[in-house]
Design a protein around this ligand. Structure first.
Ligand code: ADP
Ligand code: MG
Length: 474
């Protein structure tokens, strides 16, 4: 894929001036993060890193990603309701992965008691890279689906103005007009609104679970603001606050500081380090409640890498989505090679293949948040160590996607402006709401393009590796 901006990238002086303009516009638009020095305060903030130019994305792949999003929503929802599938799929993993096991314990506990929740809300983001084919074309391949705390829907609505600005400064007004408008935070808020309405208590609140040290607060605020504009009040609380001040009544209605909660929206709780014993108790209390959890624990489990791998097995999609061959075909077309490492012949063979061609594989544990996967020599060492141990079942192997690199400038506070070779990852935000067995909302609500330098194998924006971008459709 050509950059599209080759001649511009050669003019260093112009790049510096454009970068100054872009940064000021980003700050003015609210493309913001708190600083790593002061993550609990908004007194001093900085711009969220972003690319100087929008990156070229084939329109056909953008359309394909949008077109398959409602299918992914249905799939995640189907998995979350299939306790037998979840149990079978995760049985080997939970023996060796303590975090997944803790989540699974809560899932079992809630099932045993009986689920009080009747309205279900999914806010997810399905991420893709553009695999370079032998003939030079590109194919859309899913990296993962995020079913908890899928972020950057707020900031992604503010970056189109920045890239339009850059192109307008260059008098490229036609090009500027091609940058798609995007407002995921509004769509995500509409999902929360629908769930709140169906919960059916006019005075109930939305409880946003977040940490105090949260650099990405402006992204979350964008959703809070959309809700407040619809007269829905949001309170931000930590897990610690929940364990101190939340309670259930005899109908398992959730109360926080004495106020009823209709929807619990998690922007925390997806990594082991986020859970103290007290936080696990708080999570269990929330799960047991009647409030709409976004996500409920089963939906969080549906987003594990192990589930993703099992979904790619022949016949599984057909079983989960019976009588929907077109949906199944659309989903399958986006799957990369995914391999189980469970003990046995199949896992042995996958390991042998990865050891024979390490550059073509990624080793993934059951983790979220970036920086956990293993590549190259590190992957080889881990596989050699894990090969004969049951611990290997807590990982999956995945085909490594190799997009065509292109040049762009990654703008970061304190870093010089320079052109680097990059690759992008496209995310599509999906929203669905189910009441009992009836799906009452199923849609896509926008996109996120993140771009990183090719020397980084892993990591997203929050991990300090990727930066915000916009697709420039070609
Ligand atoms: P996390 O849950 O930590 O975000 P991901 O599966 O999204 O885990 O992996 C993190 C990053 O690693 C991705 O954003 C992408 O840059 C890179 N990555 C993951 N899987 C692949 C793959 N199969 N091929 C190439 N890069 C990958
Ligand atoms: Mg990811």
């Amino acid at each position: 894929m050509a950059t599209g901006w080759e001649s511009l990238l050669r003019d260093e002086q112009q790049l510096e001036e454009l970068a100054r303009q872009a940064v000021d516009r980003a700050l003015a638009e609210g493309v913001l993060l708190r600083t790593s020095q002061e993550p609990s305060s908004s007194d001093v903030v900085s711009y969220a890193p972003f690319t100087l130019f929008p990156s070229l994305v084939p329109s056909a792949l953008l359309e394909q990603a949008y077109a398959v999003q409602m299918d992914f929503n249905m799939l995640v929802d189907a998995v979350s309701q299939d306790a037998a599938f979840l149990e079978q799929t995760l049985s080997s993993t939970i023996k060796r992965d303590n975090f997944t096991a803790r989540l699974f314990d809560i899932h079992k506990q809630v099932l045993k008691e009986g689920i009080a929740q009747t309205v279900f809300l999914g806010l997810n983001r399905s991420d893709y890279m553009f695999q370079r084919n032998a003939d030079g074309s590109a194919a859309l391949k899913q990296i993962e689906i995020n079913t908890i705390s899928a972020s950057f829907g707020g900031l992604a609505s503010r970056t189109p103005a920045v890239h339009r600005h850059v192109l307008n400064v260059l008098s490229k007004t036609q090009e500027a007009a091609k940058i798609l408008s995007n407002n995921p935070s509004k769509g995500l808020a509409l999902g929360i609104t629908k769930a709140w309405e169906l919960y059916g208590s006019a005075n109930a609140l939305v409880l946003l679970i977040a940490q105090e040290k949260e650099r990405n607060i402006f992204d979350q605020r964008a959703i809070e603001n959309e809700l407040l504009a619809r007269n829905i009040h949001v309170i931000r609380r930590r897990f610690e606050d929940v364990s101190e001040k939340a309670s259930l009544d005899q109908d398992r209605r959730l109360f926080m500081d004495g106020q009823e909660v209709a929807v619990v929206y998690f922007r925390d709780g997806y990594m082991p380090s986020q859970y103290s014993p007290q936080n696990w108790e708080a999570r269990l209390l929330l799960e047991r409640s009647r409030a709409v959890k976004c996500p409920d624990i089963a939906t969080q489990l549906a987003g594990t890498k192990k589930v993703q791998q099992e979904l790619s097995r022949m016949g599984v999609l057909e079983m989960l989505l019976p009588g929907q061959p077109e949906t199944v075909a659309r989903l399958h077309a986006t799957f990369a090679g995914l391999y189980s490492l469970d003990m046995g012949e199949e896992g042995d063979q996958a390991i042998a293949e990865a050891l024979a061609a390490p550059s073509q594989f990624v080793l993934k544990p059951q983790r979220e948040g970036g920086g956990n996967n293993l590549y190259g020599e590190e992957m080889v060492q881990a596989l050699e160590r894990l090969k004969d141990s049951e611990e290997r079942a807590s990982y999956i192997l995945m085909e490594k996607i190799e997009p065509e690199p292109f040049g762009n400038c990654l703008l970061r506070p304190g870093s010089p402006v320079r052109v680097v070779q990059c690759i992008s990852e496209l995310g599509i935000f999906g929203v669905y709401v189910r009441q009992g067995k009836t799906l009452v909302m199923n849609k896509h609500v926008g996109h996120l393009l993140r771009t990183k330098a090719i020397e980084h194998a892993d990591g997203g924006v929050a991990a300090g590796v990727a930066v915000l971008d916009n697709p420039y459709p070609v």
